[in-house]
Write a protein that binds this ligand. Sequence first.
Ligand code: GEK
Length: 253
Amino acid sequence: MRASLINIMSDDTLYTKKQKRIVDFAFDEQVASVFGDMLERSIPAYRELIAMLGVFADEYYQKGSVCYDLGCSLGAASFSLANRLQSREQNNTFKIIAVDNSEPMLKRCQSSIKNLSLENNIRTELADINQIDISHASIVVLNFTLQFISIDKRLDLLKKIVQGLNPGGVLILSEKCMFENSNDKEFYEKIYYQYKRANGYSNLEIAQKREALEKVLLAESAETHVQRLKSAGFSSVYRWYQCFQFNSFCAIR
Ligand code: GEK
């Protein structure tokens, strides 16, 4: 399937060796070069989630509108949307804006856009998603990106998205969430680390990556996300997916 086309699939061995000091996780060249493998082995059902974005495009895309993929990384979400929009838009006039502030990610995304001959449909922007304008949108995707935005900026970003969406447009927000209750927290962590081990990560890799992400990936509870989406002005919010701590919400303007 096209949606799974991620051009660089080197193995993620970033945390295999014991590191003297764990530095904060960053979306740099090293991470970008193994990112396809990292996501597929770290996010349960990542491919299915990406493919499902195409189903949302089938339902919610409005002719003449713009789609935004915020924190696009290698472009998987954009390619999934494009795959469905190509099959329904006879003149291929759809427009997707794919934004990321990591140059190594965006370079790889651009080369996939070229390989797929989607230059007329997908425009990339090297920018902070807090700074960009959003308008005439029917679909906005924040697929595991909001969790990297500082918590005090999240409501303003969501308000900007609501304002940039046409009535009836949607935001698909996917996030790794945390649980307030210690039993839930323990259960989901245990089963998630088992999932990572099943995908070939060692205990050392799991521990070192967790430490690297500690101050960078700021997870909140699913309830906090739902409440914030409503406060931002979305009229309906649906949690349409959950596996372990990973959730996806569809918020309709
Ligand atoms: C996927 N959506 O494959 N502005 C722009 N980009 C940002 C910002 C920011 N302020 N902060 C972080 N990013 C993708 C996966 S990854 C998720 C998204 C993960 C970018 C960052 O550079 C990275 O590429 C992306 O958000 C998060 O569906 O690593 O778990």
